[in-house]
Design a protein around this ligand. Structure first.
Ligand code: TRP
Length: 337
């Protein structure tokens, strides 16, 4: 089974990215029945950040690979690559854009939301409207069966499936494979202020935060707003803190105890936070160690992308040959070589 997923290079990975995606990438990679492809969607970043490839996105790419490697993505098992290293993404995107009705893109909920929400970014461009078409090319090039994504990506995946069906229908061949989304059932982590954890809200805890930063951030977290005094009973299901235990603590007994002690006002929020800091330090101790190692040899990071591009490029070119042939524009067919 072939698995493929990608992320836009947004800089350092935060705990929300880790729980929502990266953890899943690693688990999937470790299953011997899976062939995993993970890529950095740098072309996608240009849809909203056109002028800052050289000074920002390039650094973000590097940091993202470092985070992936430190967290446990293994280049021996997964193909790790950079989207823009494989020109076939753009080629397939162009062909798919010819058969994608604009109305499908205009009714994409992510498109509508972002257009309304995000200020100060240039989104009024063809590439932003066509975001899901490029995403479809990403997936279809590698014949992915499953695409691990967060809930927010489900509408994109549905558009991808529709585009692929339409392509196969128009060219009367099952040349592109329809992918399935793979949702992981993870508790949603909110940021420090209780809103969705996001770099742009400035409320994120990063995998790479040092101990002091982590402690300061966790101690500043908004907890149960209904619990004014320590002697008041807490409501773990309405608290920002508790889902972190669900996400990171593997000891069911401990989770149960924390819930109980919170509900019975035995455990106050401050102590609860101290426990969480310790838990996070333990969970990410390996990551920290590996991160140091990876940073000692920065060239190796780029070598991994180079290797990945060779492997991914081979698959992408094979698919494109089939696509060109299905459309009728194969040079092999025309010139015989
Ligand atoms: N849209 C995805 C995100 O923002 C990133 C992405 C681009 C992607 N191409 C993809 C994810 C292909 C899965 C498959 O998270």
């Amino acid at each position: 089974m072939r698995i493929l997923s990608g992320m836009q290079p947004t800089g350092y990975m935060h705990l929300g990215n880790y729980v929502g995606a990266l953890k899943n990438y690693i688990q999937l990679q470790n299953d011997p029945n899976h062939e995993t492809f993970y890529f950095i969607a740098d072309i996608h970043s240009l849809t909203s950040n056109q002028a800052h490839y050289k000074d920002e996105i390039s650094n973000y790419i590097f940091n993202m690979v470092v985070d992936w490697l430190a967290a446990g993505i293994d280049p021996g098992r997964s193909t790790i690559f950079l989207q823009s290293d494989i020109p076939e993404h753009c080629e397939l995107y162009t062909l798919l854009s010819m058969i994608t009705p604009i109305s499908w893109l205009e009714r994409n909920p992510t498109y509508k939301e972002k257009m309304e929400e995000i200020e100060g970014k240039e989104l009024d461009n063809l590439g932003f409207l066509g975001y899901p078409v490029l995403q479809t090319a990403d997936i279809a090039l590698y014949g992915a069966d499953s695409v691990p994504v967060g809930k927010d990506q489900i509408p994109h995946l549905e558009i991808s499936r529709e585009i692929i069906r339409r392509f196969n229908y128009i060219y009367q061949q099952d040349v592109l494979k329809e992918p399935q989304p793979l949702l992981s059932s993870v508790p949603k982590l909110n940021g420090l202020d209780g809103r969705k954890m996001s770099k742009s809200y400035n409320n994120a805890i990063y995998l790479s935060d040092d101990e002091e930063t982590l402690r300061t951030k966790v101690m500043s977290m908004v907890t149960d707003v209904k619990r004014a005094r320590k002697s008041d009973p807490g409501h773990p299901d309405e608290c920002n803190l508790f889902p972190y235990y669900l996400a990171f603590c593997t000891d069911e007994g401990m989770i149960f105890q924390i819930r109980k002690d919170c509900e019975t006002a035995v455990l106050g929020c401050v102590d609860d936070k101290k426990k969480l800091v310790q838990l996070l330090l333990d969970v990410f101790a390996d990551y920290k160690r590996k991160r140091q190692q990876v940073l000692q040899n920065q060239n190796a990071v780029y070598d991994i992308l180079k290797e990945g591009a060779i492997k991914a490029g081979k698959v992408a070119r094979e698919t494109m040959e089939k696509v060109r042939s299905a459309v009728g524009m194969s040079s092999k067919n025309r010139y015989g070589s």
